[in-house]
Write a protein that binds this ligand. Structure first.
Ligand code: SAM
Length: 248
């Protein structure tokens, strides 16, 4: 969690949006929302909610409640500004230690947060998620694809993490700076603590989850290229994001 709070406090205005803007708004978030399924009447927790983009989409499905927390008070301030009918409870808080009662939520969704945590903090957070989820509740999260930083690419601009001379295995639990582009070419600074596929599966099991997760390896679709060839074509065939859905 190296300087993550500072990074997001400083860049909150760049994240503020009311329509798909960053690469992952097109390629990552829609499939994650789909994995949440029918949210009607459900109690949802949006962990690492940022300026509330995902909460606002989920709100359209008429959930019973949405609680949303983020470590950055500036991101929460931005979220509150767009929370016109006060339908989402936005608060500052850490994903590693949750201030909610056990067996409370039907859905915990966590979009691009675990790439900021060490493996040990991710374990603490998964344990907390397990505690606050109802039996049968769904935990959905996504991260940048673990292979992406180590793929051979001519042009790494657009979405990259700089692990320098490290490889897929030697970068394990190491932190790197990176960036992801918005469709208007503005760069958003992001970070990644690299984890192997096995770290996600092992940590889920160590945190109490016993069922087999559904995973989705996400990339761009033909419709993206049709929409804006210059922006999306360079990501063709790249494993961009990894999404998990697991039942308690
Ligand atoms: C890439 S942004 C994603 C925000 C939002 N989920 C979205 O999809 O737009 C990552 C967010 O995770 C938050 N974050 C990082 N570490 C956190 C932690 N330990 N607890 C809560 N939030 C955290 C950051 O402040 C940032 O707002």
């Amino acid at each position: 969690m190296k300087n993550t709070k500072k990074l997001y406090n400083k860049n909150s205005s760049k994240w503020k949006r009311d329509k798909p803007t960053s690469l992952s708004d097109f390629t990552g978030r829609p499939p994650v929302v789909e994995l949440c399924g029918n949210v009607n009447g459900k109690r949802i927790l949006d962990l690492g909610c940022g300026e509330g983009y995902v909460s606002r989409i989920l709100l359209k499905g008429k959930p019973k409640t949405i609680d949303a927390i983020d470590i950055s008070y500036e991101m929460i301030n931005e979220a509150k500004k767009q929370n016109h009918e006060n339908k989402v409870s936005f608060k500052t808080g850490s994903a590693v230690s949750l201030k909610f009662k056990q067996n409370y939520f039907d859905i915990v969704v966590c979009v691009f947060l675990y790439n900021y945590l060490s493996i040990s903090d991710m374990k603490k957070s998964f344990k907390e998620v397990y505690r606050v989820l109802k039996k049968g509740g769904l935990f959905i999260f996504c991260v940048p694809h673990p292979s992406l930083p180590f793929m051979k690419r001519k042009n790494k601009k657009g979405f990259h993490f700089d692990f320098k001379d490290k490889g897929y295995f030697s970068a394990r639990d190491i932190f790197a700076e990176g960036s992801i582009e918005r469709i208007d070419k503005i760069k958003l600074p992001v970070q990644m603590n690299h984890k192997l596929f096995e770290d996600y599966f092992d940590t889920l099991v160590l945190s109490g989850f016993k069922k087999i997760p559904k995973i989705k390896e996400l990339t761009i679709k033909k419709e993206h290229i049709k929409k804006n060839k210059t922006f999306f074509k360079r990501f063709e065939q790249l494993p961009l994001h990894l999404a998990f859905q697991i039942k308690k």
